[in-house]
Design a protein around this ligand. Structure first.
Ligand code: 48H
Length: 262
């Protein structure tokens, strides 16, 4: 005979969620690296940094993490990855099939769900439904992020944000380059681009774009790095369409560079 299990209590369920979330929040007020944007480049960066023992947090505006990878190309949920980036898929255990020489395909749902899962298990803390609306600034350096709930942003409510500190920030916000845009607008000084401003993303040229994504993954302002599509939009590289090797390699590169510095 099985014994009667303890009756579940709604207030205890609520208390458990509040206690655990509060712990997570308070433990991440100061971090080594804060990543803005939960697309492939941000997740790969977060994975490698967390795996190496860094305290790293990622903020994503949307309810679901993953950015633009879920939909493959035009909702055909397959992605293309070139040979140079296969070692990242191997590191995560994401399966791929050769299509032609140097063109490999992966199921986009397997790819992005595995990036998310492995990054979290490696120690990356993810907060979803939070939008980064500003940076914390000292005269010559970005030193943190200003956060608000995405629903507050969506409803246009006049509610003051909260702030967190981080040694380094990575803008992995994709096409929009949201953190760099705020720095350009509000922080005195120039970006480390040719004109000192955001150069803007150019039209599609996959081969060139994939190479430039890597080159453009770097520090754009003291304390602020760009990765993924944001790197090309900031430094004026073209878009590449649904080939994702550059995004994966960009995340790997920014993590490597920061591990040498931090
Ligand atoms: C919190 C924010 C904020 C903010 C934005 O777009 P992503 O998938 O980014 P990448 O660079 O890792 O990958 C780009 C890729 O998906 C892509 O679009 C490609 C390859 N396009 C080629 C082409 O030709 O079009 O993810 C960015 C994430 C999103 O989930 C946003 O919701 C999030 O960042 N985000 N999160 N605060 N202020 N801004």
């Amino acid at each position: 005979m099985e014994g009667k299990s303890m009756e579940l209590n709604e207030v205890v369920i609520t208390r458990a969620i509040i206690d655990r979330y509060y712990e997570k929040l308070i433990n991440n007020l100061e971090t080594d690296v804060a990543i803005v944007g939960g697309g492939p480049s941000g997740l790969v960066a977060g994975y490698y940094l967390a795996k190496a023992g860094k305290k790293v947090v990622l903020y994503e505006r949307k309810l679901s993490i993953g950015g633009g990878m879920w939909g493959g190309g035009m909702m055909f949920n397959e992605i293309v990855v070139q040979k140079d980036a296969l070692h990242v898929l191997d590191e995560f255990g994401i399966r791929y099939v050769e299509y032609r020489e140097n063109y490999y395909t992966s199921d986009s749902v397997e790819a992005i769900s595995t990036l998310i899962s492995k990054a979290v298990k490696a120690g990356l803390t993810i907060f979803n439904c939070i939008s980064v609306e500003d940076v914390v600034m000292r005269p010559d350096r970005v030193t943190g992020l200003v956060l608000n709930w995405s629903p507050v942003e969506m409803a246009g409510l006049h509610i003051d944000p909260l702030a967190v500190g981080s040694k380094v920030v990575i803008d992995a916000t994709g096409h929009a380059t949201e953190v760099v845009a705020v720095v350009q607008k509000k922080v005195p000084g120039k970006l480390r681009t040719e004109t000192g401003k955001i150069e803007g993303e150019k039209s599609m040229w996959a081969d060139n774009a994939e190479q430039l994504t890597l080159k453009n993954t770097r520090e754009v302002f003291p304390g602020l790095y760009v990765a993924g599509m944001s790197a090309n939009a900031t430094f004026g590289g073209p878009r590449m369409g649904p080939i994702f090797g550059g995004m994966l390699l960009s995340g790997e590169k920014v993590a490597k560079e920061l591990l040498e510095k931090l």
